[in-house]
Design a protein around this ligand. Structure first.
Ligand SMILES: [Zn+2]
Length: 380
């Protein structure tokens, strides 16, 4: 909403509300000729050449961003996400609960409870501070119930029962059918089963052992005091091999199973790095049920005009591409209601945390630039 041009509306003056006029953007019916994203007339580029070409900056940087499209959802998830029957509507209304039930990782953040309540009015997802995705040990410590990824190690019938025990108010038939669906399509389930089998074989012989999913999406076994390395076979869908240069820095690894001095760490919660390609699919399982990779360091931009100095695709650029609605891919994210709000907040926090980390680790470079600028200003 905006105020009329000749009537300045003082901030927080409710009495002036009736004087506001609706801000109409018209129909979102312009299609980017490069990536098929839908835009409003007001987003049309000012540059004549760009306008003639019919490409836009916000969605794909005029064709320089190429990201794989969202795949059509498998059934019955597709019907639940698109259907207009009461069961599908109820599913979407509680989609965050449903997603948590199937997620491999838990989410940790300070959510604002006041804006998160259901009922009348605008629904928001608001957090304070940072947001983390966490992963527990591969198998639950003795006597405790399985949670998150641990449930995927059960057979489908037991897994559905374990999920129903965690959420008895949700429809058990939907839990069973989604469990069966994910067993068929989700590539991470096979990967976790491979890790459990290998971990069981090795844990008797090896006092120190780690199985990690590295940033190149390969499974690596590290064992012994000298951390000998072995690469395990990975499911084809997950084994998107990324250039090795992007894998440097063990802090980006995801530790799937660990044994230190012969013991399995008790609660062993580890934080998943938001730069890892599995960050999105391991939590947003209902949005990326096939395990499609998210943003990672190996994503690059095209350079159609030849003017780009830096070809690295930023995390922000990736999310901007992902969040546009297109004519050639299903609008899964837009249909996911409060889960979409959570994803947007998560993406924003990840981009912000990355920026702050860069500032923290590049202080020397920043100080050098500042000193140089001061020197130049003095010399002029
Ligand atoms: Zn575009």
């Amino acid at each position: 909403m905006v105020g009329q041009a000749n009537i300045p509306v003082p901030t927080a003056f409710i009495e002036h509300r009736r004087e506001w006029t609706a801000h109409k953007l018209g129909h979102m019916d312009l299609i980017c000729s490069a990536c098929h994203a839908l835009h409003w007339q007001a987003e049309r580029p000012q540059n004549r050449t760009r306008a003639k070409a019919g490409t836009f900056q916000a969605c794909c940087k005029h064709g320089d961003v190429i990201v794989e499209r969202m795949r059509a959802l498998p059934e019955p998830l597709n019907t639940l996400m698109t259907g207009q029957d009461s069961q599908s509507r109820l599913f979407r209304q509680h989609i965050r609960r449903w997603n948590t039930l199937f997620a491999f990782t838990s989410i940790s953040c300070n959510a604002n409870a006041r804006t998160g309540t259901t009922g009348q009015g605008l629904q928001l997802f608001q957090i304070h501070g940072a947001i983390y995705h966490q992963k527990g040990p591969l198998v639950p410590p003795g006597g405790r119930d399985a949670l998150f990824s641990q449930i995927y190690l059960y057979n489908p019938v037991e897994a559905a029962q374990a999920r129903y025990a965690r959420a008895p108010t949700l429809d058990v038939t939907i839990i069973e059918s989604l469990t069966r669906m994910l067993q068929q399509v989700c590539s991470y389930i096979q990967l976790y089963l491979t890790v459990r089998e290998r971990f069981a074989q090795l844990s008797e012989q090896e006092p120190d052992l780690r199985i990690i999913l590295n940033p190149e999406l390969s499974l690596i076994v590290e064992s012994g005091a000298d951390m000998r390395r072995e690469t395990l076979p990975t499911a084809n869908e997950v084994a998107l091999i990324l250039p090795g240069e992007y894998g440097r820095g063990g802090f980006r690894d995801i530790v799937l199973a660990e044994r230190v001095n012969g013991e399995v760490p008790d609660n062993g919660l580890t934080i998943i790095n938001s730069n890892h390609a599995s960050y999105l699919p391991l939590h947003y399982v209902l949005l990326f049920p096939y395990g499609e990779p998210g943003w990672h360091w190996a994503r690059t931009l095209e350079n159609q005009d030849g003017n780009r100095q830096n070809l690295r695709m930023s995390q922000r650029t990736f999310f901007r591409f992902r969040m546009h609605t297109r004519t050639d891919e299903p609008a899964t994210l837009m249909r996911s209601q409060r889960l979409f709000q959570q994803l947007v907040v998560d993406a924003w926090a990840a981009c912000d945390q990355n920026k702050l980390n860069w500032l923290r680790t590049n202080q020397a470079k920043l100080i050098c630039t500042m000193v140089l600028l001061m020197y130049c200003n003095k010399a002029m």
